[in-house]
Design a binder for this molecule. Structure first.
Ligand SMILES: Nc1ncnc2c1ncn2[C@@H]1O[C@H](COP(=O)(O)OP(=O)(O)OP(=O)(O)O)[C@@H](O)[C@H]1O
Ligand SMILES: [Mg+2]
Length: 317
């Protein structure tokens, strides 16, 4: 099985925190990995604002997400995780570099084509669920198809609804569903169009451990049973352990990756990266080109306040 995240370039620390990937490295334009990627970025730079207030959120990122894989993106708050997902999903523009969904170069698309691509080929799961309160669960799930004027593929719809485990709740409105159930509706909505790739930005960030485990298990099943491609941002090592590979962002750069992660190996690596960052800070600060050196963060600070940290029974299934 090929590895999920591909990384090039050194991290922001004084010493490199990982060795470069061999042969099928990332962003390799037109390379084998690129052809098999559900989405990829090449030399992606994202700068918000301009002049003195400019913030460089992404610094020359090369990454590819192979089809049929579940990749987790981790990193300290402000490291660029959401920005990366938004750029890859066509929800935000890039400053330079290229972003592809499948073989489609998003920079070549008109606004209308981009809207269509987002609707038909990309699924997005938000931390806040973003369900429409007046629609039932079933109507929320099929909303992207309704908007596109498409009829659901009944067999696929049934498979998704079964997988999400909410067949008996389809007539309920979001307010009548638990947080975990609402997020599973949101996951089903993201999958119903059979998108090339599903991006989930902290999908368990607002859930208790049990509901979070339900959502993670569903995302994992969608990859294993439906060959879906999922990219998920999380601060939680246990959530990350559901993925096939974790890639780490720090200060707008990809700095590390772990294939077949466990909660323990992820936690270990987070500590290691934090130690390196502390050493770099002690030795004279962050990378010279960084406009705003990141404050030191302990592994605990990788979790956002209020984030559920104990996913208890969650784990690789
Ligand atoms: N619309 C914006 N305008 C200006 N700066 C922005 C904007 N969105 C994000 N940024 C900045 O870009 C950097 C990366 O932000 P991003 O939201 O991608 O981080 P993140 O890794 O998702 O963090 P978190 O874990 O807190 O969600 C941060 O410094 C942030 O302040
Ligand atoms: Mg974010």
């Amino acid at each position: 099985m090929s590895r999920a995240g591909r990384i090039s370039g050194a991290g922001p620390q004084a010493e490199p925190v990982m060795s470069p990937e061999p042969s099928d490295s990332a962003g390799a334009a037109g390379g084998v990995a690129g052809a098999a990627a559900a989405a990829r970025a090449e030399g992606l730079v994202k700068i918000y604002g301009s002049g003195q207030t400019a913030v460089t959120a992404l610094r020359n990122i090369d990454v590819s997400f192979p089809r049929g894989h579940f990749t987790a993106i981790m990193g300290p708050s402000g490291s660029g995780k959401s920005t990366l997902m938004h750029c890859l999903a066509g929800l935000d523009t890039v400053t330079s570099g290229r972003v592809y969904v499948g073989d489609v170069d998003l920079s070549k698309l008109s606004d209308k084509q981009l809207t269509q691509l987002r609707r038909d080929r990309v699924g997005f799961v938000f931390q806040q669920f973003n369900l429409l309160p007046t629609l039932t669960a079933a109507e929320n799930i099929t909303l992207p198809l309704s908007i596109a004027g498409r009829k659901p593929d009944q067999e696929w719809l049934r498979a998704v609804v079964d997988a999400v485990g909410l067949a008996s709740r389809l007539g309920h409105r979001p307010a009548e569903l638990s947080g975990g159930q609402q997020q599973r509706v949101a996951c089903a909505r993201a999958l119903v169009t059979r998108p090339e790739i599903v991006f989930a930005d902290e999908p368990t960030g607002n859930l208790d451990s049990r509901s979070g485990a339900e959502v993670l298990a569903f995302l994992q099943r969608s990859v294993r049973e439906f060959d879906q491609t999922v990219v998920m941002v999380t601060h939680d090592p246990t959530a990350a352990s559901f993925s096939d590979e974790v890639v780490f962002l720090a200060d707008g750069q990809l700095v590390d990756s772990i294939p077949n992660p466990t909660a323990e190996s992820v936690l270990e690596r987070m500590k290691h990266l934090d130690d390196l960052q502390q050493e770099a800070s002690a030795a004279g600060g962050a990378s010279p080109e960084a406009p705003q050196p990141q404050p030191r963060q302990s592994p605990d600070e990788w979790h956002e306040a209020g984030q559920e940290q104990d996913h208890g029974s969650a784990g690789r299934v």
